[in-house]
Structure formats: structure tokens, C-alpha cells
Design a protein around this ligand. Structure first.
Ligand SMILES: *[C@@H]1O[C@H](CO)[C@@H](O)[C@H](O)[C@H]1NC(C)=O
Ligand SMILES: *[C@@H]1O[C@H](CO)[C@@H](O)[C@H](O)[C@H]1NC(C)=O
Ligand SMILES: *[C@@H]1O[C@H](CO)[C@@H](O)[C@H](O)[C@H]1NC(C)=O
Ligand SMILES: CC(=O)N[C@H]1CO[C@H](CO)[C@@H](O)[C@@H]1O
Length: 418
């Protein structure tokens, strides 16, 4: 009674402010409620008396893509911050030679450990020579690129990378990347969330342009006029021609074997996935020794598959969704949980140690994503394995389930359940 009184006084107020009558709205609300849950129609209405239609401004497409933001999951509870960022909401910086769009802590404040970007290089396009005060990790998902790097010992590496290949440049290692095919694109991940902070990236021409000319002359033993055409401001990405020169005679040799900054994911066996739900590659310092501050997985989950309920004892989880559609609920403790819907180009950061799953919500399409942790290793504890390796009677008493069920739980990690 009190509710309907409030509603009708609100309506009267609206009518007074807008100078219009709103009976049609009221009628639509009643109709909506009568026809079952409206989440997949983009309305926060469970069809059973909770919620109602959105009458104000809204982005219909985003509502349709994110039914869980509309309250679809009745198991969600509490105020849980947003853990998702769409690269499509980033400002794309366009250059001759390619483009770049980032996700930094100012975009996704819940990503405390990691920032990231998608970068595109045309054939011959160059991400100019530079270094960072943070480590850089890259995953090629289209075309192929040339990477070139030099470390503190004067060791160097020049390699062509293709789909699925990964690079890791430790903090401070000098490097550059060039696109080799008609279209080349990769994911960049950094082990610091505040990537745009001053003092994070150092570009070669920016430095040269801001060094006294007499010092340049002395440093290189060359006339200062050699550097008259160094671009100001530095372009970041520029169009160029594909490199044909090799580096030779490095006094400290080539970065190979365990010192290599390159890991060719698909040339290795995936991890064992007893659950049979897809493929799971782990790339961390146990198989890619250079990658000491970032650990990753590359996952393909079949339609209907589930990345089993688990948490990570060692780190916050950063995610990039490459293909397909997903749903994940993040349990953050103290009765609080929130479900998110993900599609291609979405990123996310799940809090350190929060419980979660990832489900493929497509009937037909594989779900492909990348997880990155600011850690030297990938680590998880699955719910099922935990319960299976705890005295069955304690599990049964805690969850009020039959002891036979507690005794039958799988002791091996399932990882991806079909
Ligand atoms: C880069 O773009 C500029 C401007 O269009 C053009 O003059 C130049 O020839 C291009 N360079 C290469 C290597 O394609
Ligand atoms: C550069 O090195 C690659 C790989 O070692 C070799 O195949 C290629 O012929 C070399 N190119 C030149 C121009 O020396
Ligand atoms: C390379 O690293 C792996 C894994 O850390 C280690 O088992 C192996 O002994 C190392 N090989 C060499 C030649 O150092
Ligand atoms: C093919 C298949 O089983 N797809 C499932 C994907 O996940 C959603 C739930 O998130 C199910 O509704 C689909 O049936």
C-alpha cells in the first residue's frame, strides 16, 4: 500500500514537473511484470514483483549484453564493485602505421596489479624503440611481428612471432616491435596498473630530442646534425618498411634457451585437463624462465563448458576475453557476490583470492581467453578438490549433504569441465 502510494505520488510529481500525463508508462510496467523475467529483454524485472522497466536513459545494447548487471542472478548479493572494462570504451590512439587502446587503473580501478592494451601494426608499422620501468608481456593474436630486444649484459634477441607466441621483456629491457603481415595485432600486458604515470615509458627519439646537441655529438662521436631529423614529438607508432637487416657480432651473444624472451605457446603441450572441457596452456616461470613477474594461461573452453569453481592463492587475476561469450560470478566474501557477462574485447580483474568460475554461455562457439597474474607462477585451489581432500564427514556436516556424496567428490583438479 505504501509502495503504491509512493509510486502514485511520484507520478503526480512527474506530471507536475513535465506537464504531461504518464499513464502509458504505468500500463507498460504492469504488462512487463505479467510476462515473466525481462532480463534478456534488457529490463531489470524478474517478472515476479522485483524490479521494473527502465524508464530513463539507458544504453539498450549494453543492457542486452549484460543481463547480470540487471539483477538476473538471484544468488548475487551486496555491493560489489565493477570488475570489467571493455576495450571498446577505451580511447583509441590512431597513428600512421597502426593503433593502440589501453586499459589502465584509471579505467578499471579494481585492477591493481596490471594494465594492458591492444595494439595493431600495419605491415612495416613500428612501435618505435623504447623501454619501460615495468615488465612487458605480449601475445600475438593476428598476423606476425618482429621483436628486437637488448638486455643489461648486451645480449640481444631478434625474432619473428606468430599466432599464440608470447614475449616477456623484463623491466628496463630495451625493445621494439614491427608488423610483418598485412594486419598484425597483439595483447600487451604490464605488471603495473598505473601505466600512463610519468616515468613509465622512455622512447628513443623523445630522449634524443631532449638531449643537448653537443652532448649527442660527444656521445656518438658524430656531428650533431646527424640527428636534425629526429621526430619531435616522438610518434609512438609510425609507418615503415619491413626490416631486412640482421644483427650480428653482439659481444655478449644471443638471448636463447632459458634466457629467451620468447615462448611459443602452441609448440608446447597443453596442461592436462581431466574435466575434458577444452584446452589450457600455462605460461609462467616454470616453463618460460624469463617471465618472472607475470604468469599466464591461454584457455579454450568448449560450448557449455565450465572453468571449475576455484581461487588463486597467490594473486589478483587479470583477464582478456578474445572470442566467444562468458559468464562469471565473483564471490568476494562476507555474503557478497556479483555476476558478470563477458564478450570479445572485454577485460576484467578479479580480486586476490576471490572465488569464481567462468562459464561458456554460447551454444556453438568456443570461448577463448587469457589470464595474467602478477606472479612468477599460475596457482589455483579448486573447490571440489579441497572438499574431496577434507574428511568426508566434516564436509557432509558442513554442507548438510549426504556423506556418500562427499566421499565421491573428484580428488583431481578438473580445470575445465565439459
Ligand atoms: C609513411 O606515411 C607518409 C605519409 O603518408 C608517407 O609519405 C611515407 O612514404 C610513408 N612511409 C612508408 C615507409 O610507407
Ligand atoms: C638473417 O638471419 C636469418 C635467420 O638466422 C637467416 O635465415 C637470414 O638469411 C639472414 N638474413 C640475412 C640478410 O643475412
Ligand atoms: C632451464 O630452466 C628450467 C626450468 O626453470 C630448468 O629446469 C633447466 O635446468 C634450465 N636449463 C638450463 C640449461 O639452465
Ligand atoms: C551448448 C551449451 O550447453 N551452452 C550453454 C552455455 O552456458 C549457458 C549458461 O551460461 C547455457 O545456458 C547453455 O546451454
Amino acid at each position: 500500500m505504501r509502495v503504491s502510494l509512493q509510486v502514485s505520488s511520484a507520478l503526480v510529481l512527474c506530471q507536475a514537473i513535465l506537464g504531461v500525463a504518464l499513464p502509458a508508462v504505468e500500463k507498460r510496467a504492469t504488462t512487463t511484470t505479467a510476462s515473466g523475467p525481462q532480463f534478456t529483454n534488457g529490463q531489470p524485472d524478474d517478472g515476479a514483483g522485483r524490479g521494473g522497466p527502465i524508464l530513463g536513459g539507458t544504453n539498450k545494447q549494453i543492457d542486452l549484453d549484460n543481463p547480470d548487471n540487471l539483477g538476473q542472478q538471484s544468488t548475487d548479493n551486496g555491493i560489489v564493485p565493477n570488475f570489467k572494462w571493455r576495450f571498446s570504451d577505451s580511447k583509441t590512439r590512431i597513428f600512421r602505421g597502426g593503433w593502440l587502446r589501453e586499459q589502465v587503473i584509471q579505467d578499471l580501478p579494481q585492477s591493481h596489479d596490471i594494465s594492458a592494451a591492444q595494439q595493431h601494426l600495419d605491415k612495416g608499422g613500428v612501435r618505435e624503440l623504447h623501454w619501460h620501468r615495468v615488465a612487458e608481456w605480449g601475445f600475438v593474436y593476428a598476423g606476425s611481428v618482429l621483436i628486437s630486444a637488448v638486455d643489461e649484459f648486451g645480449r640481444y634477441q631478434v625474432e619473428k612471432l606468430n599466432y599464440g607466441d608470447i614475449w616477456y621483456f623484463p623491466k628496463g629491457v630495451a625493445h621494439t616491435v614491427q608488423g610483418l603481415e598485412d594486419g598484425n595485432e597483439f595483447l600487451l600486458v604490464f605488471d603495473d596498473a598505473d601505466f600512463d604515470k610519468a616515468g613509465t615509458t622512455f622512447n628513443v627519439d623523445d630522449w634524443i630530442a631532449h638531449t643537448p646537441r653537443d652532448v649527442l655529438a660527444k656521445n656518438f662521436g658524430l656531428p650533431a646534425s646527424v640527428f636534425d631529423n629526429v621526430p619531435k614529438p616522438n610518434p609512438n607508432i609510425f609507418n615503415g618498411t619491413v626490416s631486412t637487416k640482421n644483427v650480428t657480432d653482439g659481444p655478449a651473444g644471443y638471448l636463447s634457451g632459458n634466457a629467451s624472451f620468447v615462448y611459443r605457446t602452441l609448440q608446447h603441450e597443453p596442461e592436462k585437463v581431466p574435466g575434458g572441457g577444452g584446452e589450457f596452456y600455462k605460461i609462467d616461470s616454470t616453463n618460460f624462465p624469463a617471465s618472472k613477474t607475470l604468469a599466464a594461461t591461454f584457455v579454450r573452453l568448449k560450448p557449455g563448458g565450465l572453468r571449475e569453481l576455484h581461487w588463486h592463492p597467490n594473486a589478483e587475476e587479470w583477464l582478456y576475453f578474445h572470442k566467444g561469450y562468458a559468464r562469471a560470478t565473483v564471490f568476494v566474501g562476507n555474503t557478497n557476490a556479483r555476476t558478470f557477462d563477458f564478450g570479445p574485447g572485454d577485460t576484467a580483474a578479479f580480486p586476490d583470492n576471490s572465488g569464481h568460475y567462468i562459464e561458456n554461455t554460447s551454444e556453438t562457439e568456443d570461448l577463448v581467453w587469457i589470464e595474467v597474474y602478477k606472479s612468477n607462477r599460475v596457482a589455483d585451489i579448486p573447490l571440489t578438490q579441497w572438499l574431496a581432500l577434507t574428511p568426508a564427514d566434516l564436509v557432509a556436516q558442513t554442507l548438510k549433504i549426504p556423506i556418500e556424496i562427499a566421499e565421491s567428490l573428484k580428488k583431481e583438479k578438473q580445470v575445465l569441465i565439459a
